[in-house]
Design a protein around this ligand. Structure first.
Ligand SMILES: [Zn+2]
Length: 377
């Protein structure tokens, strides 16, 4: 078994600029200038720990390339792609669409390198050159819709890779699991009427986007039943997430029988994250990853491809990413989670209000398969 790994320094050069976390800096209003919350630090440190731990030497490094216009247009409108290019060409950069998603000078090319990196990884997996893989890409993608960037996302990397897999690689049935703490709204919207792509999002209820990701959002038309949302209450930790994996994600994957599993791999459900209020630890990500790799082994020859999404604690994301990638590669390194002590309070027993939501969402699993899967578009 070999695990592919995609990274490029340009991913860290996507410049989200001076900011007060989320807000534009505004000194006259008392909003102090600092860095944007989506800055390179968590990803840079994750990559460096993967290197320093010795894990990188065990991986198959795959060089990214820039996604072509035709590849982007399988998912995005021409107007949206042009908008990102126009903003990227501005001397001071611009915004991807919602006023909170900076596009730095040159970010158009970098965003294409992120989407293209995931395409190259999916291609290597489809050809059997590697069993599975991780693309530590930036900017992230799962909030971007067909016609708009939002939530720090420019292009929907995972959707572009899914469409490429269907169009070029003979992989028809794609399951996208999204455990970023925020709702994978962009991915869901792109595939909402398409039964060939199952989307399952585990996220903090009502976090971002604010009114999005509810259980009632279950697909439409031929895609009815093929969008599953698990809006977990704030404070959900290890036990709650594992219950959701066991009761929803794994049985949904069994029922759907994918050719490929894609993972929108946000680490912002970790207990230290400033952008949400969930309580996972590196051990949680390790355990959830084991579940997904086992499912991929059973269902689709191990084909599991992860794309980096959120994760905003530069101090803790690297340990979550390392645990995830160790498990994906079926190995361990000398580095252990130095903050593992928090697992003592983050692995609290499953709470009744968490169980109620998960058990309600689990009812949706039986709706998968109500429609024949159409041929790849
Ligand atoms: Zn997120």
């Amino acid at each position: 078994m070999t695990t592919g790994y995609v990274f490029h320094p340009e991913y860290l050069w996507h410049d989200t600029g001076t900011s007060a976390g989320l807000l534009p800096a505004n000194p006259p209003a008392g909003i102090q200038p600092a860095v944007h919350i989506e800055n390179p630090e968590a990803k840079r440190r994750a990559h460096e720990l993967i290197h320093v731990s010795g894990l990188l030497a065990e991986l198959t490094v795959i060089e990214p390339r820039r996604a072509t216009m035709a590849e982007l247009l399988r998912v995005h409108t021409g107007d949206h792609v042009q908008h990102i290019k126009t903003q990227s060409d501005l001397r001071g950069g611009g915004d991807a669409g919602d006023g909170f998603s900076p596009v730095g000078p040159g970010s158009y090319a970098i965003a294409r390198l992120a989407a293209g990196g995931l395409i190259e990884l999916v291609t290597a997996v489809a050809r059997g050159e590697v069993t599975n893989g991780y693309a530590l890409t930036r900017p992230p993608g799962h909030h971007a819709t067909a016609d708009r960037g939002m939530g720090f996302c420019l292009f929907n990397n995972i959707a572009v890779a899914a469409r490429h897999a269907q169009a070029e690689l003979g992989l028809t049935r794609i399951a996208i699991v999204d455990w970023d703490v925020h709702h994978g709204n962009g991915t869901q919207s792109i595939f909402y009427t398409d039964p060939s792509v199952l989307t399952i999002s585990l996220h903090q209820a009502g976090c971002f986007p604010p009114d999005s990701g509810w259980i009632r959002e279950n697909g439409a038309g031929d895609g009815t039943g093929y969008a599953i949302n698990v809006p977990l209450p704030p404070g959900t930790g290890h036990a709650g997430y594992l219950h959701a994996m066991t009761e929803i994600v794994l049985p949904a994957l069994e029922r759907f029988a994918p050719d490929l599993i894609l993972l929108a791999n946000g680490f912002d459900a970790n207990v230290f994250d400033p952008m949400a209020r969930q309580m996972l630890t590196a051990a949680s990500y390790r355990a959830m990853t084991r579940m997904l790799t086992d499912a991929a082994d059973r269902l689709c020859h191990g084909r599991l491809v992860a794309a980096h999404e959120g994760g905003y604690s530069p101090f803790y994301v690297p340990y979550c990413a390392l645990a995830f990638l160790e498990e994906l590669a079926g190995t361990t390194t000398r580095v252990t989670d130095p903050l593992a002590v928090v697992a003592d309070y983050a692995a609290e027993p499953l709470q009744p209000h968490q169980k109620a939501v998960i058990d309600e969402a689990a009812q949706l699993v039986s709706r998968i398969g109500a429609h024949e899967i159409a041929a790849a578009p």
